[in-house]
Design a protein around this ligand. Structure first.
Ligand code: UDP
Length: 474
């Protein structure tokens, strides 16, 4: 039959919706646009409701199969105080014990695609002679940093956070010390060791796919491909295949409510506030944010969660804390009543892509996770940067300085909470100010450029076609 001759690819993502969503989009695209057969391996241990819903949705394209990996018990292996990345990597480690038998059972796919934190698959793929590709779910600037990190690790003594000046990435941007990602801020922590372990192994991949497109970050891409430092490493071929973002949201009651409310607001007038799958504010910051928002008199759609000092971090990261509804008591007294004419507050989760695609949405307060950033750009919505964890500070700086679609609050060194007056100013300028309008124009320009890259003959489309041909040849 025809399916038997189509190339078959296995795709696997490490836990967390930030990884699963783009790899799953890649899987769908390979099936629908490039005629491949894809098995998506699902790490079921500690899976969130959102993950299970996405991967077990009834209307997947035919040719895409989700294969559940058996759950593993992490309780005795991961210590209570392990950080997020450590927990995630150990989960992958344990879940991959069956990887070889699963790949054999699938009849040895033509290729395996992993994300950054699944490089344990390298040895298994080598043994089975299956080429392994890595899909970088963040920016090219982040990829450049990751590829350079093993060199930094060899050449720099002491902590990176104590360096006197910014880290110069060969051939591209400088990374300010305050923007360094969490995982490299303490070299003694296990999170750093895991991060370094995976990025050191990245050059062994047969190719690196990346969720960006040629025209968004031309300088960083050129540096990775051409700069002598990276040539020495040496780096496999880079394939920008993005922006791959999730396209549809299931029409649940809360989705319908959000969209009906947006329908009643003027064009480009609403500020959407959502901090990724796990982002939360401190109690004090939540209070200041609410006051600033109210004083700005702008329209808003705000996803509110329990404050970070109340909810358990890793529970909210993995989605366990979504159901909690106790956040109401942390908002200023009377806030919901006083703002009910201009604002909609939703609990824990909003249909982000649907909200960003709505014409009433005029700005997006985002934690600058890479998926959120791409979704914002794909919808032509400018951002207000509120980076929280991981590599988000790097993303925010890049989107502001190199791309020009983002504004940031003014923060004094060492300042932990951003006050209501600054928030009020920021919200006003985002909707009414010249800077806000310039970012909006830029975002709309990029939206067109991204669509072009993805359509037949565009750069990202062609990258995937080229990979498909390679995989056919195996
Ligand atoms: N998201 C959403 N509704 C929310 C918050 C987040 O749909 O209320 C989605 C968002 O559209 C994006 C993903 O969750 O696809 C977050 O990924 P990102 O890389 O931005 O951040 P992470 O969650 O990995 O920190």
């Amino acid at each position: 039959s025809e399916t038997a001759t189509k190339p078959h690819v296995a795709v696997v993502a490490s836990p967390g919706m930030g990884h699963i969503v783009p790899l799953f989009e890649l899987a769908k695209r390979l099936v629908t646009h490039h005629g491949l057969r894809v098995s998506f391996l699902n790490i079921t241990t500690e899976a969130s409701t959102a993950q299970t819903q996405l991967l077990h949705s009834p209307d997947l394209p035919s040719g895409l199969d989700v294969v559940d990996l058996p759950p593993v018990d992490l309780s005795t292996i991961v210590s209570e105080d392990a950080l997020v990345l450590t927990r995630l990597c150990i989960n992958v480690d344990e879940s991959f014990r069956c990887l070889k038998s699963v790949l054999l059972k699938l009849g040895k796919p033509n290729a395996v695609v992993i994300d950054l934190f699944c490089t344990q698959a390298l040895e298994v793929c080598e043994e089975l002679s299956i080429p392994l590709y890595s899909f970088c779910t963040t920016s090219s600037a982040f990829l450049a940093f990751s590829l350079y990190l093993p060199t930094m690790d060899r050449e720099i003594e002491g902590e990176y956070v104590d360096l006197p000046e910014a880290v110069q990435l060969p051939g591209c941007s400088r990374v300010r010390i305050e923007d360094l990602l969490d995982q490299v801020r303490d070299r003694k922590n296990d999170d750093y060791k895991w991060f370094l372990y995976h990025v050191s192994r990245l050059p062994k991949a047969a190719g690196i796919l990346i969720n960006t497109w040629e025209d968004l970050e031309p300088v960083a891409l050129r540096a990775i491909r051409e700069n002598p430092t990276y040539q020495e490493i040496p780096i496999p071929q880079i394939y920008p295949v993005g922006p791959l973002i999730k396209d549809t949201e299931p029409l649940t009651a809360s989705v319908v409510d959000c969209l009906a409310w947006l329908d009643k607001q003027p064009t480009d007038s609403v500020i959407f506030i959502a901090l990724g799958s796990g982002g939360t504010l401190s109690t004090q910051q939540l209070t200041e944010f609410a006051w600033g928002l109210e004083r700005s008199r702008q329209r808003f759609l705000w996803v509110v969660r329990l404050p970070s000092d109340i909810a358990c971090d890793s529970a909210s990261f993995f989605g366990a804390g979504y159901e909690a509804n106790g956040w109401k008591e942390y908002l200023p007294e009377g806030f919901l009543e006083r703002t009910k004419e201009v604002g909609l507050v939703v609990s824990s989760w909003a249909p982000q892509v649907a909200v960003l695609s709505h014409p009433s949405t005029g700005a997006f307060v985002s934690h600058c996770g890479w998926n959120s950033s791409l979704e914002s750009i794909m919808c032509g919505v400018p951002m207000i940067g509120w980076p929280l964890y991981s590599e988000q500070r790097m993303n925010a700086t890049m989107l502001m300085e190199d791309v020009g679609v983002l504004t940031k609050p003014v923060v004094e060194p060492g300042q932990e909470t951003i006050g209501r007056l600054e928030i009020e100013r920021l919200m006003r300028t985002a909707i009414e100010g010249e800077k806000g309008k310039a970012s909006r124009r830029k975002a709309k320009e990029l939206k067109e450029s991204a669509r072009k890259a993805l359509s037949t003959g565009g750069t990202s489309y062609e990258s995937l076609s080229c990979l498909t041909k390679q995989w056919e040849a195996y």
